[in-house]
Design a protein around this ligand. Sequence first.
Ligand code: IMP
Ligand code: MG
Length: 423
Amino acid sequence: MSVSVLVGSQWGDEGKGKIVDILSENYDIVTRYQGGANAGHTVEIGDKKYILHLIPSGILRENVICVIGNGVVIDPTALLDEIALLEKNNIKVDGRLFISHNAHLIMPYHKLLDSISESGENKIGTTGRGIGPCYIDKYARKGIKIVDLLNRKVLEEKIRENIKEKNILLKKIYDHEELDVEEIIRQYLEFDKTIDKYIKDVPFYLNNAIDEGKSILLEGAQGALLDVDHGTYPYVTSSSPTSGGACTGTGIPPTRIDSVIGIVKAYTTRVGLGPFPTELTDEEGEKLRKVGAEYGATTGRPRRCGWFDAFLVRYSAMINGINTCAVTKLDVLGSFDKIKVCIGYEKNGKKIKSFPTDVERLSTVTPVYETLPGWNKDISNCLSYSELPTETKDYLSFISKQAGITFNIISVGPKRKQTFYAD
Ligand code: IMP
Ligand code: MG
């Protein structure tokens, strides 16, 4: 397939980084289309572990070109730190990374406003990376874009204008000290020198690449249930991780997208606040967290853990149009005698027809479970589908049937070799 979108199909942290790394062997270009440094995409190669926040995970394959689309919000500090870290590990970035001139910049006041609003009453449990406030300014048509870095006069004017307004907000509403405008201008004019060489007209570049027969993998961050439109609002991120976001976030039209690859974890996790019907708050949840090392790759926060929710994934498959799917962290379930799978929700004893994204409704549903026998074996050394225990194969076929998806890729550990294709 020449142009594919890869989407997280639950609440993020499905293992997208690892699967992008595996798949990017077969793609010429990998492009991020939304989110920012709130993402944490972990890739393990040999004894090295990389956590990428902004740069597409394809950067770890030397023949792949990486692109950051207009839908992404870019924190220049995070970007430059990431470039420096890669270069320190002898991974060439220059000439392999391009950034859309239309992507918006995260400014210091975005991070500050994120943390101030999270210290108030209406918490979301954000990553504190300034994501929400940056998208607010984008949609309020006040944002500062990458292209503005190319014109020092415009950049300075825009920063002054924005900070004037933010300082009123900080002082009058939040009783916070004002920002030092000169320092921020100096800092951002500095970025101009380093970031210039990466800036590209991304829609033009990507559409030309498709014309030339190049293949493109569009890498989503977060997950479908964190989508600002289709997720569990307001406990969502401020962008569109669903496959539709790949078009608006890059300038590749829907007619040029060939397939959608969903990534699902063999159970469910969520970081931050918001309803989670299959959450386990007992020892079993604790065990999933421990065995699965379920701690945020960006913030280190413990992730909430629970059973696989097939009803949720069925909804996700519908809104994303998933054609093929990868299941990750299947090995983590290897020490459970019995494994539960949620096959639907009930409310007041009545079956619910479609997945409720409304948080009031979602927090009062009762999950309906089917219990399956565990395999009680370490499967992390399995190198093919045929090596999997019968109970594992039965589990896979049960969840895929209930969720209405087909698994093509199976992952049983963080390493490249712990991945194989389904029969
Ligand atoms: P924000 O994206 O930092 O504004 O956070 C909003 C919500 O999305 C919070 O619940 C975060 O925990 C969650 N979130 C943001 N990025 C990720 C991610 O990469 N993985 C999982 N959850 C995330
Ligand atoms: Mg993550």
